[in-house]
Design a protein around this ligand. Structure first.
Ligand code: TMP
Length: 208
């Protein structure tokens, strides 16, 4: 079973992904937590290029690099783990491409990107996606607290309009793909968000 977490930078998705991993592990489940881009040697190296503020990357090259990292992760890590009945939690997946490259960068239309994502992942679709929704001002406030005066990575250095487009893209995905995507108010207390996720998974009867 593949579970993914989505949201803009600072939405709290990584905290939730880790809390879920720990709780499932305590319950005795076989579980694997990975992040995107990342999770293999190549994907981690591609990640450092993608996030480096000193590297100029055009928007098509950016799409292809995120997708290259994903292809490697899917084939080398996700598919073998899923075959092994492991619950895989992925901190970001294909919806990030729809929201950031599609919505944010406007590199291509959503249906084109959806078809492209299917090719890259060989048709792997998450069973459930938790989208933590927060507005850009709140995300900036949290990042400021976390990183102090630091300007952030290459993606985070892009302006407010970019993030507004990403948010509306995520909202759109959550609406049109509501069977798979659960939108959660990211301003709720951390424990409350975790309880919502746990209750939802319980309803889905999560087992490896
Ligand atoms: P994160 O690990 O802090 O979430 O950073 C990853 C960054 O990469 C984040 O700004 C979102 C961005 N990203 C994309 O633009 N497209 C993608 O497909 C993925 C997976 C991430």
């Amino acid at each position: 079973m593949l579970i993914t977490f989505e949201g803009i930078d600072g939405s709290g998705k990584s905290t939730q992904a880790t809390m879920l991993e720990q709780r499932l592990r305590k319950k005795g489940e076989r579980v694997l937590l990975v992040r995107e881009p990342g999770g293999t040697e190549l994907s981690e190296r591609v990640r450092s290029i993608l996030l480096d503020p000193g590297v100029h990357i055009n928007k098509m090259a950016e799409l292809l690099l995120f997708s290259a990292a994903r292809s490697e992760l899917v084939e080398e890590v996700l598919v073998p783990a899923l075959r092994n009945d492991t619950i895989v939690i992925c901190d970001r997946f294909t919806d990030s491409t729809l929201a950031y490259q599609g919505g944010g960068r406007e590199v291509a239309a959503r249906d084109w990107l959806e078809a492209f994502n299917r090719i890259v992942t060989n048709g792997l679709v998450p069973m459930r996606t938790y989208y933590l929704a927060i507005d850009h001002a709140e995300a900036m406030r949290r990042r400021e607290l976390r990183e102090g005066g630091n300007n952030g990575d290459r993606m985070e250095q892009t302006g407010t309009d970019f993030y507004e487009r990403i948010i509306s893209s995520y909202d759109d995905i959550a609406q049109t793909d509501c069977q798979r995507v659960m939108r959660i108010d990211g301003r709720l207390p951390v424990g409350e968000i975790h309880d919502l996720i746990w209750a939802d998974l319980d309803e889905l009867k999560v087992e490896g």
